[in-house]
Design a protein around this ligand. Structure first.
Ligand SMILES: Cc1ncc(COP(=O)(O)O)c(C=O)c1O
Length: 480
């Protein structure tokens, strides 16, 4: 098998060519049984929406086309094994944690993580110690952990059993994990990395280098985020001498469907193919175009493009524009949408573009539209004043193990009476996107003061259904 092959896609093509009578699932029978008005739209895809038929292998016991496709992916990413995921990095993160940790293990966890990491910790019943990332002052977003933070935490928690990191962040800011991984491995501690936004990092320069190549033990990537894979298509890369591969496989079997989607799996095969076939020349052209896009955007007076920083490496596929006028990030995003330009996300200062791993079609027209969207009206240029970031200096732990927390009922209390209770929900202010309070943490007077101020300042909060009314969900338990 060569990287220029796509064995799973090919197996589906061979299957499609056969003229068969289908008396098996799925019920759409290769697209022949379907609401007529939608049939045309779905037809071609349904013809390859197959199941574990002869010649099409089985994700949970791969021996043929899926085995070969996963093998090609692991060769490409230079890891011991790669597993196809049909439920996103979400399922990858769950299997990574459950398969690498045991109940009661102390694990160091980067605090600005995706909710699937927190869910994994809860399901695995581990003892998390949350470590605070550094914050990029210009963008006011949380980036990653410093080596120093991890070093100190390892001293404070010498019985640490795993370190769980998230890198890059949503904005493509990428920390070099080499030293952290070496530090952990010197103590025989495995490093698990949620690299959801870095599936293209397998390519190497000019993109940041994947944590898998830096020695991380397990790395999870959402191929669907930056590679041409279907939504939910993701990879779990295993590359460890410290973790048992079989345990991760057994969790993947438990957590993934017994009827995984063949179009999603084939798109993973093709995403790896696409990345492997990108020539240096093509990538050079892509980068030149990205730089032109950045320059054109920078000429628009009411915004500026977030520059690179010496603290992290920036993924070229992520371009963040910052407001330099009286509009906030959300208002800029809205104006762009009126022009038919849909971006990935906005926060009070920034709007994030996720660029294609290809040349941007109609780039000039797009920048023209952005200019038009942001130059009509009275846009006063103003300096960018970073808001004060909320930082956590200490390590934070849960008051009780997850198992015990589950025994308590939840109730809503007003913030001013919340001191001493245990938070039953996470409260995440944007910026900087670090959970200010995590479910299971004790609410202190400083939390209440700062949270009240955050609400008054109008900072956007995620989670916390009643938080805007100065109320919070707590466990119905108050310590002595
Ligand atoms: C850092 C991070 N990890 C994991 C996920 C979950 O990925 P998926 O959507 O592939 O399940 C996301 C989704 O946005 C994410 O941003």
């Amino acid at each position: 098998m060569k990287q220029g092959d796509a064995p799973l896609y090919q197996a589906l093509q061979n299957w499609k060519k056969k003229s068969v009578h289908s008396f098996h699932v799925p019920g759409h029978k290769n697209g022949t049984v379907f609401p007529t008005f939608a049939q045309k739209e779905f037809q071609r895809l349904l013809q390859i929406d197959a199941t574990e038929l002869t010649g099409l292998d089985d994700l949970h016991d791969p021996a043929d086309a899926i085995y070969k496709a996963q093998q090609l992916a692991s060769d490409y990413y230079k890891v011991q094994a790669t597993y196809f995921l049909v439920n996103g990095s979400t399922v990858g993160n769950l299997a990574m944690i459950l398969g690498s940790c045991n109940e009661g293990d102390t694990v160091l966890v980067q605090r600005n993580a995706h909710k699937s990491i927190f869910h994994g910790l809860e399901l695995a019943n581990v003892k998390p110690v949350f470590l605070s990332p550094f914050i990029d002052k210009e963008a006011q977003v949380a980036v990653g952990l410093t080596e120093e933070t991890v070093k100190e935490a390892l001293k404070a928690y010498p019985n640490t059993k795993a370190i769980i990191l998230s890198n890059p962040n949503y904005y493509g800011m990428t920390v070099d994990l080499t030293n952290i991984i070496n530090l952990a491995h010197a103590a025989y501690i495995p490093v698990l990395v949620d690299e959801a936004h870095g599936a293209h990092f397998g390519y190497g320069s000019p993109f940041p280098v994947s944590a898998a190549l830096k020695g991380a033990d397990v790395v999870v990537q959402s191929a669907h985020k930056t590679l041409p894979a279907m939504t939910m298509g993701s990879f779990l890369h295993f590359n460890s001498k410290l973790i048992r591969k079989e345990k991760i496989i057994s969790y993947l079997k438990m957590l993934q469907s017994s009827s995984p989607s063949y179009p999603i799996m084939a798109s993973l095969d093709l995403a790896r193919y696409y990345l492997s076939q990108l020539s240096k020349e093509q990538v050079k052209k892509i980068i030149i175009q990205i730089n032109q896009f950045r320059e054109e955007l920078n000429e628009i007076e009411s915004i500026r493009v977030l520059p690179a920083s010496s603290y992290y490496e920036l993924d070229p596929l992520k371009v963040t524009i910052q407001t330099a006028c009286e509009l906030n990030g959300f208002q800029i995003q809205e104006r762009l949408e009126h022009m038919g330009i849909y971006t990935e996300l906005a926060d009070p200062q920034n709007v994030l573009f996720v660029l294609p791993l290809a040349e941007i079609s109609e780039r000039k027209q797009i920048t023209g539209k952005i200019k038009e969207a942001l130059s009509n009206g009275r846009l006063v240029r103003r300096p960018i004043v970073p808001v004060e970031a909320i930082t956590h200096t200490d390590y934070t732990e849960l008051v009780f193990p997850y198992k015990k927390l589950k025994q308590f009922n939840k109730k809503v209390v007003s913030l001013h009476e919340a001191e001493g209770f245990i938070a039953a929900e996470a409260v995440v202010p944007y910026p900087p996107g670090i959970p200010f309070l995590m479910a299971g943490e004790k609410i202190k007077q400083e939390h209440i003061k700062r949270l009240s101020a955050i609400i008054k300042e109008g900072i956007r909060l995620q989670g916390g259904e009643y938080i805007q009314q100065q109320k919070i969900y707590v466990y119905d338990y108050k310590g002595e």
